[in-house]
Design a protein around this ligand. Structure first.
Ligand code: SAM
Length: 333
């Protein structure tokens, strides 16, 4: 049995991010449980986590269990342990506030991965601690784009993941011959698009949207306006523009889910881009219904509890404030 890490060794997260981790696990289970059983036809797999953080997460919300859960890096490492042709795992854990590449989060990540993969894993594990652009530049020199690569791109803020970085990763295509003719493989990408932050900044900081979407302001603003005029909201318009851009690179639409916070507001959208037909089909037909069932039966009841707790606390604060106003101190000036 593995011991849970202490709270200070985990990424401080909110309960809604459990949905992101479940969605990623669902996708990786296609590799471990289906592609992995393919005998000699199993391709080597390399995974790059550009925002690996601590490896583990814990809730910072009241009313949620303090038990940590696995973050993207630990989920990926576990999948690599199970996938017979795992080749390399590259983990970038960059803490801009640390001032040095050696950060507490990087040390915690190394410990977490050693526990999961063992001291001498069957596959290579490499650690980086660099801004995403430098991490991508480093990783693309090492990985072999003739085979499948999966890139996990899970920033805090849209500013940490400019469109130019995604485009750079996706530009590594490899064309090969199959019985059906020529096929082109591109790196697979799992992306968190921070829609709530983008929505808030459409007018306050339009440069944020320009960088995230990789479009001039006149272009994205016109498209958003058009979609809003025909009944969409700003979030839906931004997701649609992002999805269309990814579609034009991958020749098929990405799989997209919206992630709600405990209070039911949508915080971000997850995009899964792949041009692997069987993987995409399996995700849509089998894994997404399983994910929805998990969300309804396991995630939602806890989310409702958090939301109730939050309302109770707010009411408590309001009544303390009201009691203060009603106190003798404020009476008669
Ligand atoms: C949302 S967290 C990642 C959580 C992680 N994927 C998980 O599931 O546990 C974002 C991480 O990106 C790091 N970060 C912040 N700015 C960055 C940048 N410019 N490039 C790369 N990483 C950055 C933060 O230190 C933080 O660890």
């Amino acid at each position: 049995m593995t011991e849970d890490p202490p709270p200070k060794d985990c990424e401080a997260s909110k309960w809604h991010s459990r949905q992101k981790h479940e969605f990623l696990s669902a996708y990786l289970s296609i590799w471990t449980d289906h592609v992995g059983r393919g005998g000699s036809s199993r391709p080597p797999l390399e995974v790059v986590d550009g925002f690996a953080a601590f490896g583990w997460c814990r809730s910072i919300e009241p009313g949620v269990s303090r038990t940590p859960w696995e973050g993207t890096a630990v989920i990926a490492a576990k999948a690599m342990v199970r996938y017979p042709a795992a080749k390399r795992l590259i983990l970038n854990s960059y803490d801009p506030s640390a001032g040095t590449p050696q950060s507490h989060q990087l040390e915690c990540l190394k410990r977490a991965i050693a526990k999961v993969a063992g001291a001498k894993p069957r596959f290579a594990v490499e650690y980086l601690a660099a801004p995403i652009e430098d991490a991508v530049a480093h990783a693309e020199r090492i990985v072999d784009f003739r085979y499948p690569t999966l890139w996990l791109l899970d920033p805090y803020s849209p500013e940490e993941l400019p469109w130019a970085t995604l485009e750079r990763i996706a530009s590594h295509s490899h064309t090969y011959g199959t019985k059906r003719g020529q096929e082109t493989r591109r790196p697979e990408m799992f992306i968190t698009l921070m829609t709530q932050a983008l929505q808030r900044n459409v007018d306050l900081r339009p440069g944020m949207i320009t960088s995230a979407l990789g479009l001039p302001e006149s272009d994205w603003r016109g498209r958003v306006r058009e979609m809003v005029d025909s009944g969409a909201n700003t979030r839906q318009a931004l997701i649609s523009i992002y999805g269309q851009k990814l579609r034009s690179i991958y020749d098929r639409p990405p799989i997209v889910i919206e992630v709600r916070g405990s209070g039911r507001n949508i915080i971000y959208a997850l995009f899964l881009c792949s041009n692997h037909d069987a993987g995409q089909f399996m995700m849509l037909v089998k894994k997404l219904p399983q994910y929805s069932s998990w969300q309804e039966h396991q995630w939602s009841p806890q989310a409702r509890r958090i939301s109730k707790d939050r309302k109770r606390q707010r009411r408590g604060r309001d009544s303390t404030f009201q009691a203060g106003l009603d106190s003798e101190l404020f009476k008669n000036g």
